[in-house]
Design a protein around this ligand. Structure first.
Ligand SMILES: Cc1ncc(COP(=O)(O)O)c(C=O)c1O
Length: 363
C-alpha cells in the first residue's frame, strides 16, 4: 500500500535525537517558556530570514494573535481567499472582525490579486493572504494594493515553510506571518505548535506579551492577552527537525517533479513558475471525475486526500450566521469539487511516486 502519510515513519529518523534531548529536558524540569523556545525562535527567524519569531501554541493562534496586534475596530473587514482552510476564517471571526471572501486564481489556487480591489470598502483594514499548498501568493501585486489602500498584510504560512517568491521567503512580505507546526506540516511538531514571524520590533514585543497573558514580567499584565505559549517540549523536537527542513523540502520537490513530468495531460497539475519556489506541503491535481479517481486509486492501494471537500462558506458552522449570505464562490467550488492530493512526503521514495503515476496514467 502507498500511504498518504505516516507520522511514525516520518519521525523515525529523529527518534534517537528526540530521546537524547528528551532526557536532558526532563532532568532540567523547565517546561514553559525556557531556553528551548528561545532557541527555536532564534533558529526559525534565521531560517526564515525574518528579524523576529515568536513561538505560540498552534497555527490558529498565530493568525489570531497576528490580527490582535493591530487593535482593529470591531467589525472591520479583512480580505481572505474563499478556498482556504477554515482556520484562516475563524481567526478573523474570533478577533471580532469580518471575513470578506475573495476568489482564488484557478491556476495558482491562491487569492486572485485582480479581484482584491473590488472587495475593498472603507471598513477594510487588512489582507490575509494564504500561501496554499506551499506556493506563495503573487506578493508584489498584493503589496502594491495594500500600500495604495493603507492596509495591513498578514500571511498565513501554515503550509509554506521555506516557500519563496522572487527569492524571498513566505512570512517576510507582510506585517506578520503566521506558521503552523501541526504534525503533518513540512516542519511538524509532535503535537500542536505554531509561531509568528515579523520584521517589526513593536509587533514582536506585543506578540510576545499577548501569547503570555499580556505579560512580560510575571504577574504584571499590561495588555489583554491569552495563554498561547509554544511548549518547551515541542521546541525541543522542532529544533531537531528544523535542521532537516531543507532536505525534506528538496525531497518533496523532487517527487513533485516526477508527477509534473510523467502524469498524463488529462490531469490539471500545479503551475510551475521560475520566480516561485514551491514547497509542496500538498501536491494536488484536478480532474472532473475526482471521486471516481480517488476510489480507483484506493482500490489500487493508493491513499489520497482532498484539501478540501467543502468550501468554508458552505460549512454548516456558518449556516445560521450572516457572514456569507447569498454569496457564491464558483471558482472555489470548482476547486473543491475536482482537487485531489497525492502522496508526497519524506517517507515516499521515487519508486512509490512512479508507481502512483503508472496507475494514474491507466485511469
Ligand atoms: C492554511 C492553514 N491555516 C491555518 C492552519 C491552522 O493551523 P493549526 O492546525 O496549527 O492551528 C492550518 C493547519 O491546519 C492551515 O492549513
Amino acid at each position: 500500500m502507498i500511504e498518504y502519510e505516516n507520522l511514525s515513519k516520518l519521525n523515525k529518523p529523529f527518534f534517537n535525537s528526540f530521546n537524547q534531548e528528551f532526557e536532558i529536558f526532563l532532568n532540567k524540569g523547565w517546561f514553559i517558556l525556557g531556553e528551548n523556545v528561545q532557541q527555536f525562535e532564534i533558529n526559525f527567524a534565521k531560517y526564515n530570514q525574518s528579524n523576529y519569531f515568536v513561538g505560540v501554541a498552534n497555527g490558529l493562534d498565530a493568525l489570531t494573535i497576528s490580527l490582535k496586534i493591530f487593535d482593529f475596530e470591531i467589525g472591520s473587514e479583512v480580505i481572505v481567499p474563499s478556498n482556504t482552510y477554515i482556520a484562516t476564517i475563524l481567526a478573523i471571526i474570533n478577533s471580532g472582525l469580518k471575513p470578506i471572501l475573495v476568489e482564488p486564481d484557478i491556476n495558482t489556487y491562491n487569492i486572485d490579486p485582480l479581484l482584491i480591489e473590488d472587495a475593498i470598502t472603507d471598513k477594510t483594514v487588512a489582507i490575509l493572504v494564504v500561501h496554499l499548498y506551499g506556493k506563495c501568493c503573487e506578493m508584489d501585486k498584493i503589496i502594491e494594493i495594500a500600500k495604495l489602500h493603507n492596509l495591513k498584510i498578514v500571511e498565513d504560512c501554515a503550509q509554506s515553510h521555506g516557500a519563496m517568491y522572487n527569492n524571498q521567503k513566505s512570512g517576510t512580505f507582510g506585517d506578520m506571518g503566521a506558521f503552523s507546526f501541526y504534525p503533518t506540516k513540512n516542519l511538524g511538531a509532535l503535537g500542536d505548535a505554531g509561531g509568528i514571524s515579523t520584521n517589526n520590533e513593536l509587533f514582536y514585543n506585543k506578540a510576545k506579551k499577548i501569547r503570555n497573558y499580556g505579560s512580560e514580567k510575571k504577574y504584571y499584565n499590561e495588555i489583554i492577552g491569552v495563554n498561547s505559549r509554544l511548549d518547551e517540549i515541542q521546541a525541543v523536537f522542532l529544533n531537531i527537525k528544523l535542521k532537516f527542513l531543507d532536505e525534506i523540502t528538496a525531497h518533496k520537490r523532487s517527487l513533485a517533479k516526477l508527477y509534473i513530468k510523467y502524469l498524463k495531460e488529462d490531469y490539471i497539475k500545479p503551475q510551475v513558475k521560475e520566480n516561485q519556489f514551491d514547497v509542496y506541503h500538498i501536491f494536488n491535481i484536478r480532474h472532473p471525475k475526482r471521486d471516481l479517481l480517488k476510489k480507483y486509486l484506493f482500490d489500487n492501494n493508493i491513499i489520497t486526500e482532498i484539501h478540501y471537500p467543502v468550501t468554508p462558506s458552505d460549512q454548516n458552522a456558518f449556516k445560521n450566521t450572516n457572514y456569507f449570505n447569498n454569496l457564491h464562490f464558483p471558482i472555489s467550488k470548482l476547486i473543491h469539487d475536482t482537487t485531489l492530493s497525492l502522496p508526497i512526503s519524506y517517507i515516499h521514495s521515487e519508486n512509490d511516486i512512479l508507481k502512483v503515476i503508472e496507475i494514474m496514467n491507466k485511469f
